[in-house]
Design a protein around this ligand. Structure first.
Ligand code: PLP
Length: 402
């Protein structure tokens, strides 16, 4: 739903990959959930009513990805879903862990011992390297079960999709368990994207999927881990045995109802409209001197990772913030300072790693506001050029010619 209205008042929000604005349907579902007094685990009438609503949300989440409802474990978000997969399928089962070099910290920080699977200059997983790494771990050659492989469906900084069908096929051949961090891809699915295609042709039938409500237009602090089958999983939080013993703690009914509603709404959205707006903006940014990371490969329809060669990301963010635009650097640490992007570093774009900003259009982006941002960006680039900061780039294969 791209709105073609006049430029909106107040800051313009273009940081959807950090969190999407709440969808009205999600808000309505949450309000209905908040009205429920019962604990879904209680056996009395109030509990049973809450339980029915929770199970409806579970059914919605699971069936959207071709799973049985009992395969859906509700969590507090994407971070917990990823950590649960690493714990339950990885450490608890004694598997070696292999992760993509551009994974989110939700995976990286939870598996510091993991081996990194390299990516190419566009940020795409190197399947030949993965195959070699898997061959070294094939069951039968050691005393461990096959490794756990964690790959993100779409990267949060560049939007680049992983070649999931090839990755899944390699994992099957080598007896590896595949966990897919689908946090950025799941609420922005288009028929032809790699994540959708991999789901459709059954490639991901044996994989677990991590989901996060607030990246779909649902509430912050809710998520799910979808298991390939209804099976036990060593919990991080044993608690009272909720979620069939796989995640203890009283269910966040309203949040999970909001997540299911957001997911359903995201399925109805025509993402091609947002993509056209993104492409238009990207063209303006390139004209202004930006280099686009991952421009040559399939990406999320809403995401731009743009480098202004020579200009620190922090300076760009400050300039755009003063003009009233909320965008982000590739990576922000909890102190609020801009860190060098490990994603761009893994892509071999070392110099660019501190000069990239991410513009990610929200589901309700207003065309007028996005176009106005393009103008402001171009003026900013001109100012930096006037001060002798903006340089011609020496990027390795990831940029787009100006
Ligand atoms: N995985 C990816 C790819 C993400 O982008 C994020 C959040 O930015 C997460 C995991 C963590 O999700 P959550 O914020 O729900 O914990």
């Amino acid at each position: 739903m791209v709105q073609d209205t006049a430029v909106q008042q107040g800051p313009v929000y273009l940081d959807a990959n950090a969190t999407e604005p709440l969808r009205p349907a999600a808000r309505a579902a949450m309000l209905a959930g908040l009205e429920q007094t019962g604990n879904p685990s209680s056996v009395h009438a109030a509990g049973r009513r809450a339980r029915i609503m929770l199970e409806e949300a579970r059914q919605t989440m699971a069936s959207a990805f071709g799973r049985e409802a009992d395969c859906c474990v509700f969590t507090s978000g994407g971070t917990e879903a990823d950590t649960l997969a690493l714990h339950g399928f990885g450490r608890a089962e004694g598997r070696a862990i292999l992760i993509g070099a551009t994974e989110h910290d939700a995976i990286r920080k939870a598996a510091p011992e993991a081996s990194l699977i390299p990516v190419d200059g566009q940020g795409v997983i190197d399947c030949m390297a993965l195959e070699e790494m898997l061959a070294a771990h094939t069951p039968g050659t050691g005393d461990r079960p096959g490794p756990l492989v964690c790959i993100m469906a779409a990267n949060n900084e560049t939007g680049v999709y992983a070649p999931l069908r090839d990755v899944a096929s390699l994992c099957r051949q080598h007896g590896a368990f595949l966990h897919v961090d689908a946090v950025q891809a799941a609420g922005r699915m288009q028929e032809r994207d790699e994540f959708s295609l991999a789901l459709k042709d059954g490639s991901l039938a044996g994989a677990s999927l991590a989901l996060s409500a607030h990246k779909m237009g649902g509430p912050k602090g809710a998520g799910a881990l979808l298991l390939p089958e209804d099976r036990p999983l060593a919990p991080l939080l044993p608690g009272g045995g909720q979620e069939r013993g796989r995640r203890g703690g009283t269910s966040a009914l309203a949040s999970h109802m909001g997540m299911a509603a957001a997911l359903e709404e995201s399925r109805k959205q025509d993402w091609t409209l947002l993509e056209a707006l993104r492409d238009e903006l990207e063209g303006v940014m390139v004209q202004a001197g930006a280099l686009i990371m991952g421009h040559g490969v399939a990406r999320l329809s809403n995401t731009i990772s743009a480098v202004l060669p020579g200009v620190a990301a922090q300076m760009q963010l400050m300039a755009l913030d003063i003009e009233g635009y909320c965008v982000s650097a590739g990576s922000a640490c909890s102190s609020g300072k801009v860190a060098r992007s490990h994603v761009l570093e893994a892509m071999g774009q070392g110099e660019a790693a501190g000069q990239a900003i991410r513009v990610s259009l929200p589901w309700n982006a207003e065309a007028g506001a996005v176009r106005a941002f393009g103008q402001v960006y171009a003026l900013m680039a001109q100012r930096f050029a006037g001060r002798g900061l903006l340089k011609r780039s020496s990027l390795q294969g990831g940029g787009r010619a100006t």
